[in-house]
Design a protein around this ligand. Structure first.
Ligand code: MLT
Length: 326
């Protein structure tokens, strides 16, 4: 159920401040809210979204629905959210992909800064280098040698150009000076199914999607991309322990369409901070190898600062790698 008023009228009202302090903002929310997640259900971004959605829904007193809009490395769902009504009822939960997309897509259907109001950062998830259970290499060192010797014969799954799993793959291939064969999915949820089935050889994916299978011994894990080992995966070495220069964390943020009323953004930021202090969220994040950001980071300023500095960083890395989506 979306707003009855067309986007332009809402933007006009917002611009004229007619909504500021109005019953519209003060009574917010009066109907269910939708989180657009730009990847498949069951994957890492979906996992973070559903945990946060439940805790924010308890705080806001309204249901929060998760709508998965996968495709094009997350840019399809983000593009849909950018054109949604700025009424606080359609939000975007996305990750580092917001900052890689501008450098990869010449005709990106949205501007990550101009088309969105930041609400706050959520978490930064480490990644893991994993492979099918019967993959030959046993250690990170053996994996590096294997990839360098087999290059394109190594089938690497990812969630499309601009996704975290593609970005990590890019950094890995650059660090090793070889190209693997990349198979894109709408998310690493379905890619994990094919990894478990042996249809693909390996992935680099977030601990929020790999922890359970690693702990169950259903897939092989070679390294984590965090600076330190993780409490939930203590036996998995870091990439730097294995001499691999590949450290990356997948930060996640919550956004509203540009023009959304400041009072609504404030209410959503408050609810996000309450959700990130929720014991259920904290415990489940820890079980999956991550943690909420600080209250100071779970703010519009915290997200805006991270987004702009990361757009700059990945713009240089991606340009140097000479990779584009087209
Ligand atoms: C997902 O939720 O499927 C992932 O975040 C995809 C990715 O970015 O690798």
């Amino acid at each position: 159920m979306t707003s009855l008023l067309p986007r332009t009228a809402l933007a006009t009202f917002a611009a004229l401040g007619l909504m500021a302090g109005s019953a519209f903002a003060q009574d917010y929310p009066t109907q269910p809210i939708t989180f657009i997640v730009p990847f498949s259900a069951g994957g890492p971004t979906d996992t973070v979204a559903r945990l946060v959605a439940q805790a924010m829904s308890d705080e806001l007193g309204q249901q929060i629905l998760v709508q998965n809009v996968g495709g094009a490395g997350g840019t399809l769902g983000a593009g849909q959210a950018a054109t949604a009504a700025p009424d606080g009822y359609t939000l975007l939960l996305h990750h580092i992909g917001m900052s890689t997309a501008p450098a990869l897509y010449a005709d990106l259907p949205f501007d990550p800064i101009e088309d969105f109001e930041p609400i706050g950062l959520i978490t930064e998830v480490p990644m893991t280098l994993v492979a099918r259970a019967d993959f030959e290499p046993e250690t990170l060192e053996e994996l590096v040698t294997y990839i360098q010797e087999n290059g394109e014969n190594v089938i690497y799954g990812n969630a499309g150009i601009g996704a975290a799993s593609q970005l990590c793959g890019l950094l890995l291939q650059d660090a090793l000076g070889v190209r693997m064969t990349e198979v894109p999915y709408q998310g690493t949820g379905p890619a994990m199914t094919d990894l478990l089935g042996g249809q693909i050889d390996m992935m680099c994916d977030q601990t929020t999607n790999t922890t359970t299978q690693i702990q169950a011994g259903e897939i092989k894990a070679y390294a984590v991309t965090s600076p330190e080992r993780l409490d939930n995966l203590p036996d998995i070495p870091t990439t730097s322990e294995g001499g691999l220069n590949l450290e990356v964390g997948i930060w996640h943020g919550l956004y509203a369409p540009a023009g959304t009323d400041a009072a609504i953004i404030e209410r959503l930021t408050e609810a996000l901070q309450v959700a990130l202090a929720d014991e259920t969220v904290i415990t489940r994040f820890a079980e999956l190898g991550t943690a909420p950001v600080t209250e100071g980071q779970a703010t519009p300023e915290g997200l805006a600062e991270t987004l702009s500095s990361q757009i700059e960083l990945w713009g240089e890395v991606i340009a140097a790698a000479g990779v584009t989506a087209q």
